[in-house]
Design a binder for this molecule. Structure first.
Ligand SMILES: Nc1ncnc2c1ncn2[C@@H]1O[C@H](COP(=O)(O)OP(=O)(O)O)[C@@H](O)[C@H]1O
Ligand SMILES: [Mg+2]
Length: 510
């Protein structure tokens, strides 16, 4: 007999519905799965057969063929165990075909018939709803995730026997209800109030948060670069519901959702180690998985000690920084992952770290060649995409020993949010959201400079020998500084501060 059930897999960050067709006929006993299953899906036959047997259903050995359609897409999600199992039971007339219609099944099976959690339930559930499915049957582990999709009834099932009883009308099953453990608020969360002094660096991060600018911090070891970067998220606006759903989908596919969690509401902060591979950074692999740039979606990607990274690894960041997405080509598919993040980078100013310290105690012992080699690790084209370069000096003793608390993240965040709202209004309908995303044409239109601002910039160019590349970046940053102040026009003081944010000592493109 022939039967059909419905499962799903993922491609990039989206779910894809899979029709599972099962045929059983007289002939030599066999169990074949066709339709580009990968190794983990091929093994489904062993799990499904044993799980069915251990659920108390006896099936006569026949020639079974399972086809996964569309055939041209490689299937690598073990969640296809469940639709194969129920499809098989329908082909053997244990379940009525009608009990499978309009329902998505997704879970891995244990040999005992227990349902196990799989990655990517959220994008699969989103897709199922789009395709008009009404119900999804999944493991208890994945129920909260599926419940994030409105208009879909979710059944959290413990084992195959329970599901068979329900589908054949022998027992009731009630729909799952959200059971989300709210994460406890961390009273000791990283806050800018802990960072003493370093006013310029804090101001730079405030501007970066407001305008979505990428930042390079260079300076002596121990000056607080890592400490500052780790506090960046505390001054960014909350995720919108739409953004939160996008981020949660990505983490669902990567299998990084916390158990019992609902929607991810915090902006991601990713800080890959400098030994990270290119694939780990931008994603990929035989079955492409999201990399760090995608996991940092709508949040921050922090590369600490950036000259220690492999140069070729850093080069691959150019595409995501430019396009806010990454394209990964594979033999069987070309995939696009979103990659819209603020890039924070930190570096010592030379291999020994003492370059530029003028306290008479710390002396730089590096040769000019060593310094040059170290600094050239970040190439011009990458630096070009970093609007703000600042030097973080050593903390002064009087700042460090001060008893007074610095300004809190919450109060900085209020200004950031206000400046973001100005930008949202400015760019409405253009598809961009922050000043950092402006192209040259937009810059000309949105950022006319007054005479004072014009002449200050001209002077800076002549005296500091700034390059043409710096020009656009200075104006973008000046626009953000004016927005933070609520000023309509870009004035000389805004340009002046923006020039300061291009401290070209040490690491620099010029
Ligand atoms: N401005 C500061 N205020 C308070 N503590 C600081 C400050 N700068 C550095 N520290 C202390 O020094 C430690 C080292 O700072 P870190 O951020 O690792 O420096 P870097 O990354 O520049 O080498 C921090 O964990 C913190 O305890
Ligand atoms: Mg550090």
């Amino acid at each position: 007999m022939f039967a059909k059930s419905y499962g799903a897999t993922t491609l990039g960050v989206d779910g894809v519905m899979i029709d599972v067709e099962v045929d059983c006929a007289n002939g030599l006993p066999a169990f074949d799965i066709v339709g580009l299953p990968d190794a983990s899906v091929k093994e489904a036959k062993e799990r499904v057969r044993t799980a069915i047997k251990n659920s108390g259903v006896k099936l006569k050995a026949e020639k079974v063929t399972v086809n996964l359609a569309p055939a041209n897409l490689r299937k690598d999600n073990p969640g296809l165990d469940l639709p194969i199992a129920v499809g098989l039971l329908a082909a053997y007339a244990v379940l009525p075909q009608a009990s499978l219609e309009g329902r998505l099944f997704s879970a891995e099976l244990s040999l005992e018939g227990e349902l196990r959690g799989v990655n990517g339930i959220l994008p699969m559930a989103v897709k199922a709803r789009e395709m008009g499915f009404k119900e999804i049957f999944t493991s208890r582990h994945n129920a909260n995730e599926a419940l994030l999709v409105d208009g879909l009834t979710v059944y959290a099932v413990d084992n195959l026997r329970e599901l068979v009883d329900y589908l054949s009308g022998r027992a009731e099953l009630s729909p799952a209800k959200p059971n989300i453990e709210e994460p406890e608020e961390d009273a000791f969360a990283d806050d800018f109030a802990d960072v003493q002094g370093q006013f310029q660096a804090k101001r730079a991060l405030e501007i970066a948060a407001a305008g979505g600018h990428n930042v390079l911090m260079s300076g002596a070891p121990g000056s607080g670069k890592t400490m500052l970067a780790r506090r960046m998220n505390s001054i960014l606006p909350d995720l919108t519901t739409q953004e939160a759903l996008e981020v949660t989908k990505i983490y669902s596919i990567a299998g990084l959702l916390p158990p019992g969690g609902g929607l991810i509401r915090k902006r991601p902060f990713r800080s890959p180690h400098h030994t990270a591979s290119t694939t780990a950074l931008i994603g990929g692999g035989t079955y492409p998985r999201p990399g760090e740039v995608t996991l940092a979606q709508h949040g921050v990607l922090f590369l600490d000690e950036v000259p220690e990274f492999n140069k070729a690894t850093l080069e691959v960041l150019r595409q995501p920084l430019e396009d806010r997405k990454v394209t990964i080509s594979r033999v069987n598919a070309t995939l696009t992952f979103p990659a819209n993040f603020i890039l924070l980078t930190a570096a010592n100013s030379c291999p020994c770290g003492n370059l530029g310290i003028s306290d008479g105690i710390h002396k730089c012992t590096c040769t000019p060649q060593e310094i040059k080699r170290y600094q050239s690790k970040i190439s011009g084209p990458l630096l070009d995409r970093i609007d703000i370069h600042i030097r973080v000096p050593q903390v002064e003793y009087k700042d460090l020993s001060s008893q007074s608390k610095a300004e809190s993240s919450e109060s900085i965040r209020k200004r950031v949010v206000a400046a973001r709202n100005v930008q949202l209004a400015r760019f409405r309908g253009t598809g961009i959201f922050t000043n950092s995303q402006m192209n040259h044409a937009m810059l000309k239109e949105q950022c006319p400079l007054g005479n004072d601002a014009q002449s200050l910039l001209e002077m800076a160019f002549r005296k500091m020998g700034l390059s043409a590349r710096s020009y656009d970046r200075i104006i973008k940053v000046a626009r953000t500084i004016a927005d933070l102040e609520g000023a309509k026009d870009i004035g000389a003081k805004h340009v002046g501060e923006a020039i300061q944010m291009r401290n070209d000592v040490g690491m620099s493109a010029e």
